[in-house]
Design a binder for this molecule. Sequence first.
Ligand code: SF4
Ligand code: SF4
Ligand code: SF4
Length: 283
Amino acid sequence: MKKYFFPLVLLAVFEAVAVVLWLTRDNLFYLFNFSYIGVSVSLGVFLFVKKYRHARRIVQLLVGLYMLVYLGLICGENMQIEGFWYYLFTGVFEAATIHYAVAKIFGPLLFGRGWCGYACWTAMVLDFLPFKVPGKPENERERGERWSRRNIGWMRYVMFAISLIFVAALFLAHVGNIEKIMFWAFIIGNIMYYGLGILLAFIYQDNRAFCKYLCPITVFLKPMSYFALIRVKCDESKCISCGKCRKVCPMEVDMLDPSKRRKNGTECILCLECKRNCPVDAL
Ligand code: SF4
Ligand code: SF4
Ligand code: SF4
């Protein structure tokens, strides 16, 4: 029974958010929205507890498709970063601003980058590519300095700044019908993200290369998830130092280091591949 505690807690957290937003915003949509996401995420964690291999991918598809197709394309809500700036500038605490506050700014203090592992519609597609575990560092060196990771990590800040400047310019220029521009920005932005994500995945032989070097949302996600309460930890009394956990980690996290400053600690997407592959259940 103890092992079902976590999915139940998750469900309770999402339901609490759903009810609070429904009552404070007087809008039934929030009850539906956060209940749907809560049930999807809790179902995934429940399936994981039952050791179902594709648990995470099921949640990723349930939540990612809902947000991309229903909220983005059908309801016309831009949930990309430019949508966040748009709603922030209009002073409306709705849609993208609530989404960012819950999933990407304050939520990560609790569940780290769970969004990236279980909900993001960009990664939902990238995770179907063949490079589930990144290419070896030796291969990186063979590809030479031009494609060195350190050389392009700064690009996430450029993407972040471009999105902010783009939306600020629309407001400063008093452009009409920004709502419609935001809808098209959502479609064009997503096509661009998928294109760049697939290109980077093949260059670096790493499905998550876009997440590591280019995604502007990591500007919020990384510092907040540094303080995350939910983290993968190693029970040193059980660990036999076989190294399997590190080999299967898509984000190259040093999960054996207990400190907050562990290597790539803010990259962990809570996919739990390391835990699933540990032969002695030390994680
Ligand atoms: S880093 Fe960006 S693209 Fe990758 S999963 Fe997170 S939000 Fe999605
Ligand atoms: S394999 Fe483990 S450490 Fe790596 S991202 Fe997944 S949960 Fe985090
Ligand atoms: S897979 Fe488990 S036993 Fe092996 S190094 Fe990692 S934590 Fe230790």
